[in-house]
Ligand binder design. Structure first.
Ligand code: NAG
Ligand code: NAG
Ligand code: NAG
Ligand code: NAG
Ligand code: NAG
Length: 375
């Protein structure tokens, strides 16, 4: 495509968000699991029933970013403790949670916190010690390891989310600020970037929600690059996409080879990337034991199931599913935290239009999580 044609095409797309707000009835299969006064953009659980939340603070509230939620007393406790959650300018960015974008319990039972390392959305990353993957041991409630990611991030990086390949000991992370993927060896702690600014890690359109493209604080369209990612239950496939959708897949063996041989990490690796599913603007994903990927459509308040052969079906659509962010499967329930991120301060010129209370919903999907994702 000639550059002028491409520019015209992108301008057209940018002017025509095609999402339709859903105003239909509620779906009675949805259960309210949590009622909160602050938005959560991620839920994870341990097999013995502990529950951890990441709090996006896009409503302008202050306080802990990662909490353990006590379902009996309905109270939140800063996790792993108050001090880790007390970051402010002047404190050590290496040993405090600067800004947590996501959290999840890994296949090893540890809780992993993905720290962007920048004090606020759109602000530069504090290099080299801000961006990190923090591993917490739920048995001791202590930080058990810190993976510093400063060598594979840039000042405009947005370290977004993480998945694991227990068969090779590598972890995969997305960079939504500077398009690319990061592969991390959990044993050595050494990380490397791959697919930098590849078409598969970039977003062709801004992120859209409730039928409107998101605007950044500076008034421009908000692009969010490589964001959602999943590993298939047999560890063969790695799935990934920018937040505006368009999911690609790549065999993990190529990704892993590119980690060990950096001459493969660019064009050669890109040659193995396949388009997988035309997904919409997405808040979060989860993968089940059969390899079905659940994708939350931020425009139309629905969850789409993408089967391993790429076919899509609608699992559920409900007006309450407002920007479902990182999803999670526990037992046979799909957790859907309705974060209302698009209504938050980063996209409202500093003003929050979040409607309270906020909810995390569940729906029974009749199948458990991918066993290599978490127990
Ligand atoms: C949760 O809260 C209840 C009631 O306050 C308390 O008895 C229980 O020990 C708490 N559980 C945990 C894991 O802290
Ligand atoms: C970052 O790179 C430097 C120089 O190559 C190296 O000494 C250091 O160990 C690296 N740090 C991490 C956390 O990978
Ligand atoms: C790395 O990949 C390049 C390109 O395919 C290849 O020529 C080279 O032999 C590989 N190096 C190693 C150490 O495998
Ligand atoms: C793809 O998978 C779905 C779900 O398992 C199945 O219903 C459908 O028939 C499959 N389609 C093709 C073309 O194989
Ligand atoms: C705020 O959210 C409400 C829905 O709760 C919507 O009707 C309204 O247009 C939003 N206002 C702005 C400024 O986005």
């Amino acid at each position: 495509m000639r550059l002028s044609t491409l520019t015209t095409f992108l301008a057209f797309l940018a002017a025509h968000a095609d999402g339709q707000i859903y105003t239909g009835p509620r779906d009675p299969r949805i259960e309210t699991a949590l009622t909160l006064d602050v938005p959560t953009n991620g839920v994870s659980t341990t097999p013995d029933g502990r529950l951890f939340l990441v709090l996006a603070r896009v409503d302008g509230s202050k306080g802990a970013q990662v909490v353990e939620y006590n379902t009996t007393s309905k109270t939140m406790t800063p996790y792993p403790n108050e001090e880790w959650n007390s970051y402010s300018e002047g404190k050590d960015p290496a040993t405090h949670l600067v800004r947590i974008n996501s959290q999840r319990v890994g296949p090893d039972g540890k809780l992993y916190l993905v720290d962007v390392g920048s004090p606020a959305f759109g602000e530069p990353v504090i290099l080299p010690l801000g961006p990190k993957l923090v591993q917490v041991d739920p048995n001791t409630n202590e930080v058990s390891r810190i993976y510093h990611m400063g060598n594979s991030t840039f000042s405009n990086s947005l370290l977004d989310d993480v998945r694991f390949n227990p068969k090779t000991g590598l972890a995969y992370l997305t960079d939504a600020g500077e398009p690319g993927l990061i592969v991390l060896d959990l044993a050595s702690g050494i990380s490397r970037r791959v697919l930098n600014t590849d078409v598969s890690t970039q977003g062709a359109t801004p992120v859209s929600a409730e039928g409107t493209y998101l605007l950044s604080a500076s008034g421009g369209f908000q692009y969010v690059y490589a964001d959602q990612l999943e590993v298939s239950p047999d560890a063969k496939w790695f799935y990934f996409q920018p937040a505006n959708g368009g999911m690609s897949r790549l065999e993990t063996k190529w990704l892993d080879q590119a980690y060990y041989n950096s001459s493969l990490a660019g064009e050669q690796l890109a040659g193995y990337v396949e388009p997988f599913a035309l997904t919409p603007s997405t808040g979060g994903t989860a993968i089940d034991a059969h390899g079905n990927i659940y994708v939350s459509d931020t425009d139309s308040q629905r969850i789409i199931t993408v089967a391993p052969n790429g076919t899509k079906t609608v699992l559920v659509q409900d007006p309450r599913l407002l920007w479902i962010d990182a999803m999670w499967i526990a037992g046979t329930k799909l957790w859907m935290p309705a974060a209302q991120l698009n209504r938050g301060t980063p996209f409202g010129n500093g003003k929050s239009n979040v409607t309270k209370p906020l909810y995390a919903f569940t729906i029974d999907i009749g199948v458990g999580p991918s066993p290599i994702d978490h127990a």
